[in-house]
Each structure stands twice: as C-alpha cells, then as structure tokens.
Design a protein around this ligand. Structure first.
Ligand SMILES: C[S@@+](CC[C@H](N)C(=O)[O-])C[C@H]1O[C@@H](n2cnc3c(N)ncnc32)[C@H](O)[C@@H]1O
Length: 196
C-alpha cells in the first residue's frame, strides 16, 4: 500500500466553505485537492493500492482528517471542484473521532496529526518528503507512508513529531516542487522499483 499524508496548515476543518473559493477562504484547500488527483488518477483508471489523508488544520479547529481509499473509491473526477465537494460532504457528516464514511472510499474523522501518524507508523514505513532529505532509493514493495506539507514547511513541532515516527527524510529531486507533483514522482519511483 502507498499512503500519502498531506498537512494543510490553513485548510478548513469544517464544511462551511464555498466551492468557488477553495484557494482563498478554504485555506488553500485547492493544493490538497490536486494531491488527491495525483494520488489516484492513471490515464485509464484509479490506483487501487493508494490512500491519501488530508490533514485539515485550519479553522474552526480541532483538526479534521479526510481519508480517500483507492480500493473503494467512487465518484472521484479529475476536476478540483467535484473533489472539493467530496471533502465538503465528508466534513458536514463528521461525527467525532470515529471514521465516518461519507461516500464510497471517503471517510472523515476529528483526530490530530499525531494520532494519525502513530496509527499509520505501526504498520507502514513512514518517510518525510523534504527538499533536503536523502535521495529516495532502495524502495521495495513494502507498505509506505509519505508525509508532505502544503505551501508551507512543516512547523518545527510537526517535523519533530514526524521524525520521531519515521524512517527519515527523503528528497525527490534537487528543486522544491509542488506537493501534488511530489506525489506523482513518488508513485513513479515505486512503479519503477516494482518493475525491477
Ligand atoms: C511547495 S513545497 C513547501 C514549501 C517550500 N518548502 C517553500 O520553501 O516554499 C510542498 C511540499 O512538497 C514536498 N517537497 C517539495 N519539493 C520536494 C523535493 N524536492 N523532495 C521531496 N519533497 C519535496 C515537501 O513535503 C514540501 O513541504
């Protein structure tokens, strides 16, 4: 399984944002929505072996997490607006800490980044995607979780948290890239490793 955790520092944690204002009032939710597309879309299909967790840390707080699971996913379209609608519907159905399913393959929970990472790191090799990390190589077919940030770097406390649970920081190239492009490159590295 390939998992991606994307931290949205200002992304709305309630469903009261407007679909016309996802890059503004929704706290750069647009960045996270592009990450969803990169996590799943192939030319003619959906990656079934991928999951993405959108960590929505913006107002009104506390943090909400929307999870997309490729093996169950339906109604995902390539346009950001319809993915934004899936996120908004999930947030409107959120019911505390338990995962609440809002549509096939999409669920939501009120839980912290720390709780999520602790759960995932128990069964998945966690790697922080970071511009100054070690080169990404030696990937096998293991369960891997990549943690990345939105248009801001992780706060020092967040980075410390990830480092305490991860196998290290890795870089995907010499330049600082958009988060959604990083997901494509990570998939590509794993695809090539799987091919041998
Ligand atoms: C747009 S960048 C973050 C902001 C950027 N550090 C800056 O100075 O403006 C989004 C995220 O993509 C990931 N990222 C970007 N370039 C990367 C690279 N070359 N290797 C690994 N991860 C990268 C990191 O997780 C980063 O936090």
């Amino acid at each position: 399984m390939r998992r991606f955790v994307v931290v949205g520092h200002k992304a709305s944690s309630s469903g009261d944002f407007k679909l016309d204002d996802m890059a503004g009032g929704a706290g750069r939710l647009d960045i996270l929505l592009r990450c969803v597309n990169s996590a799943f879309f192939l030319s003619h299909g959906i990656r079934k072996d991928a999951e993405i967790y959108l960590v929505l840390q913006g107002p009104p707080a506390p943090t909400a997490i929307v999870r997309f699971v490729g093996s169950d996913l339906k109604y995902l379209n390539p346009d950001e607006r319809s993915t934004g609608a899936l996120v908004r519907t999930a947030l409107l159905k959120m019911d505390g800490r338990e995962w609440t399913r809002s549509s096939p393959g999409v669920s939501v929970s009120r839980r912290s980044l720390g709780d999520l990472l602790a759960e995932l790191s128990a069964h998945s090799r966690m790697l922080l995607l970071k511009e100054d990390g070690a080169p990404l190589d030696g990937m096998g077919a293991e369960d891997v979780t990549f943690v990345l940030s939105d248009n801001q770097d992780l706060a020092p406390a967040e980075e410390e948290l990830v480092n305490s649970l991860s196998a290290g920081s890795v870089r995907l190239g010499p330049l600082s890239l958009h988060a959604d492009h990083c997901i494509i490159l990570a998939h590509n590295a794993l695809d090539r490793a799987a091919q041998g």
